[in-house]
Write a protein that binds this ligand. Structure first.
Ligand SMILES: Nc1ncnc2c1ncn2[C@@H]1O[C@H](COP(=O)(O)OP(=O)(O)O)[C@@H](O)[C@H]1O
Ligand SMILES: [Mg+2]
Length: 265
């Protein structure tokens, strides 16, 4: 049985494209025939909203069928999985109560590894080729849980004046997590929301390509209003508008993710 690979999309900077990238890479992987589980780790529930209507997300957030409840009660995640409209693509939704997760973790034994333990039976079942986790824009005990449950970290960075601000903190946090979870590795940094007419783009690419120990993905994602329309319709961009430029770009990024993951382990 092949090992399930778990990727976490994290960056302490908000608006850097974590949820959008997690949604679209997940969708592209499923279209290629991989079985994918998406986990929404953010109280803003944006990844959940990429696939489900607001009503459906709020219902799951309130009726206990969500990640927060599972973690609080330390339950195996198998029973919290919801199918999406797409074959081979399932999702565990978040909850606005997730804002209190740090407090819940505080008193638990081995608190950095609660998600890892709750996810173990899902991994052991061999039901999924990939598990993709969307992180909130913070660095604390909860994101540490997300990373300790992951094999790879992928950092989406926005090509904007402040896009790189805080990246050093993210990389330092990653090194700290590696001390307790040595199998975690940094897959790379992917640049999103690129406007090639603006200087920030070139500046961002140059700064990243000269950052030690960081792989910069060749594929980057340009600004595309189709992404927003797709999200407004609770769909990945390629399902909403297959001809969209960003659909092709996310397909390329996914190919790059696959070749890196296959090369690393
Ligand atoms: N390539 C893109 N083109 C246009 N808008 C984008 C693009 N990628 C993301 N966005 C928008 O930018 C905002 C932030 O993206 P999001 O994925 O939610 O970031 P994060 O999860 O890091 O906070 C969202 O409103 C999203 O619709
Ligand atoms: Mg997000």
């Amino acid at each position: 049985m092949k090992k399930t690979k778990t990727l976490c999309f994290a960056n302490n900077k908000g608006g850097s494209g974590k949820s959008t990238t997690c949604c679209n890479v997940g969708y592209e992987l499923s279209k290629k025939g991989y079985r994918v589980l998406l986990i929404d780790g953010d109280m803003q529930m944006n990844l959940s909203l990429c696939f489900f209507s607001e009503d459906k997300v709020l219902e799951a957030a309130q009726n206990g069928n969500n990640l927060y409840t599972a973690i609080k009660e330390q339950k195996a995640l198998d029973d919290y999985i919801m199918p999406t409209d797409y074959e081979g693509l399932d999702l565990i939704v978040s909850s606005s109560l997730m804002s209190g997760i740090e407090y819940e973790l505080f008193t638990k034994w081995q608190r950095e590894f609660i998600l890892k333990k709750c996810l173990q039976s899902v991994k052991d079942s061999g039901k999924y080729d990939f598990i993709l986790i969307d992180a909130p824009p913070t660095l604390g005990g909860w994101v540490m849980n997300l990373l300790c449950a992951s094999d790879y970290l992928m950092i989406p960075v926005e090509a904007s004046p402040w896009g790189l601000f805080g990246l050093a903190n993210m990389l330092e946090f990653f090194s700290t997590v590696c001390e307790i979870s040595p199998d975690l590795s940094l897959l790379g940094v992917a640049v999103t929301k690129v406007d090639e007419r603006k200087n920030y783009f070139r500046q961002t690419m140059e700064a990243l390509s000269s950052t030690d120990g960081v792989y910069l993905f060749d594929s980057y994602i340009r600004v595309d209003s189709s992404i927003e329309w797709a999200q407004d319709n609770s769909k990945p961009v390629a399902a909403h508008k297959p001809s969209a430029r960003s659909a092709k770009e996310y397909r390329n990024l996914t190919e790059e993710v696959l070749s890196l993951v296959n090369r690393k382990k």
